[in-house]
Design a protein around this ligand. Structure first.
Ligand SMILES: Cc1cc2nc3c(=O)[nH]c(=O)nc-3n(C[C@H](O)[C@H](O)[C@H](O)COP(=O)(O)O)c2cc1C
Length: 187
């Protein structure tokens, strides 16, 4: 059946939420959750996030040209949800019970409790209606030791996404691995 156009938001599969960590020129940290994001290029490694231009995250990225993407562990559910509402907190890491660790290549700190941290340098942006697609180049990635595996499928399977359904409801999308038997098309 046909549904309202805006219901499109809930008629698309949920994506794993990320926490974007930034630091402004006064050394103030900012953390916020984002669900509209994806990898958009392999070489160079580019990631795009659709961000409202009214957010602190947008303002800081445009000013400092860098940001760190954290893939939160589902245990961080409340911190993830709460982080959306913090705007004037002097220390967002402390308020959210998270630990800032220095990034390897940029200033925006990594979030110790995240499963993966991807350090990005701003590359470009594209206005998309009421949001702006911020494109960053990944310059360093680190993954929690216990998640690393030499079989890519297993390593990926070890990551548990915290995917946003609606309002305060999330899913971890845990399920069985389905293995396709069809041959992959020749490239
Ligand atoms: C689960 C979740 C996902 C969100 N995804 C996005 C998103 O993809 N893009 C966006 O602009 N805002 C998104 N938001 C809203 C921002 O997190 C919110 O505007 C936040 O206040 C921005 O914080 P900041 O001003 O500190 O950057 C999301 C909020 C939640 C709770």
């Amino acid at each position: 059946m046909q549904i309202e156009l805006l219901q499109m938001l809930y008629a698309t599969p949920p994506t794993g939420v990320i926490l974007v960590s930034t630091i402004d020129r006064n050394q103030r940290n900012n953390i916020a959750p984002f669900a509209w994001w994806t990898v958009v290029s392999k070489e160079p490694p580019l990631i795009a996030i659709s961000i409202k231009p009214s957010t602190n995250t947008f303002r800081i990225i445009k000013d400092t040209a860098e940001f760190t993407i954290g893939v939160p562990d589902p245990k961080l559910l409340d911190a993830v949800y709460q982080s959306a509402g913090l705007h004037k907190e002097p220390d967002e890491f402390k308020k959210l019970g998270l630990t800032a660790i220095p990034a390897l290549k940029i200033n925006s700190p990594r979030i110790n409790e995240c499963q993966v941290n991807i350090e990005c340098r701003y590359r470009d942006d594209i206005k998309c209606g009421d949001h702006v697609l911020i494109i960053g180049e990944a310059v360093a990635v680190d993954i929690r030791d216990d998640l690393v595996h030499d079989d890519d499928a297993v390593m990926r399977r070890n990551l548990v996404p915290l995917a946003h359904l609606t309002k305060n409801k999330f899913t971890t999308m845990e399920g069985t691995i389905l293995e396709a038997s069809a041959e992959e098309e020749e490239k």
